[in-house]
Design a protein around this ligand. Sequence first.
Ligand code: SF4
Length: 767
Amino acid sequence: MKKRKPVPFRAPEKFESLQVKRPETKAAGATAVAKAVQIVSSRVGILRGGKTLMKLNQVDGVDCPGCAWPDPDDERSGLGEYCENGAKAIAEEATTKTIGGAFFSQHSIQELSLLSDYELGQQGRLSEPLILEPGEDYYRPISWDKAVQIIGDTLNQLESPNQAVFYTSGRTSNEAAFLYQLFVRMFGTNNLPDCSNMCHESSGVALSETLGVGKGSVTLDDFNQTDLIFILGQNPGTNHPRMLTALEKAKKNGAKIISANPLAEAGLISFSNPQKVAGLLGSATPLTDLYLQVKVNGDLALLKAVMHRLLVMETQAPGSVFDLEFIQNKTLGFEEFVEGIKSEDFEALCDSCGVEAEEIIQAAELIKSHPKMIICWAMGLTQHENAVDTIKEAVNLLLLRGSIAKPGAGSCPVRGHSNVQGDRTMGIWEKSPEWVADNLAKEFSFSPPTEPGYDTVQAINAMHQGMAKVFVGMGGNFHSATPDTDFSSQALQNCKLTVQISTKLNRSHLVTGETALILPCLARTDIDLQSGGKQLVSVENSMGVVHQSRGSLEPVSDRLKSEPAIVAAIAKATLGVNWDHLVSNYDMIRDHIERVIPGFDDYNERLRQPGGFYLPNVARSGEFMQGKARFSNVQVPQSKLEPHQFVMMTIRSHDQFNTTVYGKDDRYRGIINERRVVLMNPDDIKRMGFKQQQVVNLTSSYQGVTREVRNFKIVPYSIPRGNLATYFPEANPLVPVDLVARKSGTPCSKSVVVQILSTKEQITNKL
Ligand code: SF4
């Protein structure tokens, strides 16, 4: 058999032309509108783009395929219920540019791998099923029937169903996710890793163990009723931009905002609301009242220091700070928790988090004087070894104040992908609770597997060791989203078959198994016409609201299939089951969901109500676990850095959504036209003998293995000493696959110990 030419595992290490400007101090405004119009008109066209944007996040429209920030329960903006990055997400999938057999016959995977991630994404929508045969370098068209038959045959030739991995990205609708997990469990495995493993898994574990549900407790309206919003490890200006509207409203209602972040992000400082004339003219609402420049992964020590101060205040005036009635009636573990706080040294906690004592005292004062508090967080808390403990510490603070299960108060992990929470609710989880298997068994008369499956990191290791031989990706870009790029790439290449169900070209289509299949699916903005008529799908946002989404655009190709139809075709070819009726009318899929997943009573009817419906939530209702929430007694992580070592966090630029790169600018941080940058404290640059824009390499060493990335330019930035920031996926090769958060298994992409070397310095003991 002909041998395929090698395919580089990484995007080319080539530079653009970097410009560095002063970071912005306000987000959105007229520039955001201009950027949105420019990108939509240039990639989709004014008419097609404008029509789609008018439908975006409207009650009978299409749900934004970007983040999972909720839509207002009341009035949706007639001007446009979306943000700049929502417009970019639409421009990404609503383009009329297509690539199919002709394109791939001209371009080998080796040639395509020399394109940057941005350039790959700009090639157009995938328009027909494609196969990359063993030993071949070029994809060629294949019929749908042949494609799914190859999948069915390959799966059925495996010695065990556990030799297959079925990955899900958070864009997948509830209906597709439910059918997918059903097919996978009928096939006989729980190998259902998903993107949540890499993002909010730590939140799910911490919240489930303390409050009884792995989801946030607040609603959007709570932001209108709160007194204080504490934002940790989140950059809403880029990753959840419509959250700024909620923060502005809260400020107008008199609320205060405390932000803890190693970077003073524009979207935390102030907001020019583009839906208002004043905002378009540049006036901005100040947001954060107290900004705490915490060290990377210093949040646990920070929260403990704040509670140490609150304990001092409480001791001076019992009942003035702690909600003793709530603690008495609704919690367990308070005494042990207080002993834990008492045993801490306040100064040491300040050192550990890198925040001055005065600022921590200020924060404690603000918290004391503002009873109803919402704590928001994102990846800045979830991607560390101690992430689960940090989130438990945030819950401790809410419980102390009795600031949960009441209006204006509670937990708010903000999800980064539009339906990542919904997919988990549908059963996309390698560790699904027993009731899922029991209910599936009752509903579909089969015995689902009960052994836990592989999460994302375990799946990578299993493919690398040859224990897993087939990888199926429902959306997403597994190659670029995962840590340890060279290792993960080798894992994918070890597979007999890799299948990507996708809308756009990305690097997961180039770093493949022996045989690779690309199955082009409808995008969320596309009309989903089945034999039973136009179909609507449903998604669940960060606040647990299940709502509908229906596309309005004619698909760019008649050779696309919907995700549910693709799953049904694969299930028929593999298991011989016939789900044509479910595909013809998704109401029938929802009827099954209603009988299997609690909280979906009258699903089809309630889904058609304007705005959809809220799922039950024991943290919101205050039921918790048998009526009690749990305090936790956790330890401050101890880390000692050598003078030449730094803690690196990987971040998104403003022109990026997960691994999708919309452009090369990071406007709010003043970084223009370059992604291969490392943000570094000016004193550290001086101390290390470097200079700005100097080209350097970075290495990380973990368990005796050294990893390296080359060609990054130094950008002086206000970041705590000893910390660095780089973009992913460019820096993912430095993140060790086995460096994961305890209990959740989430890769520690936000705290990797690295060295920064001039290009002349040698690297030893490479991977
Ligand atoms: S805030 Fe998130 S969901 Fe809303 S429009 Fe922007 S990207 Fe889309």
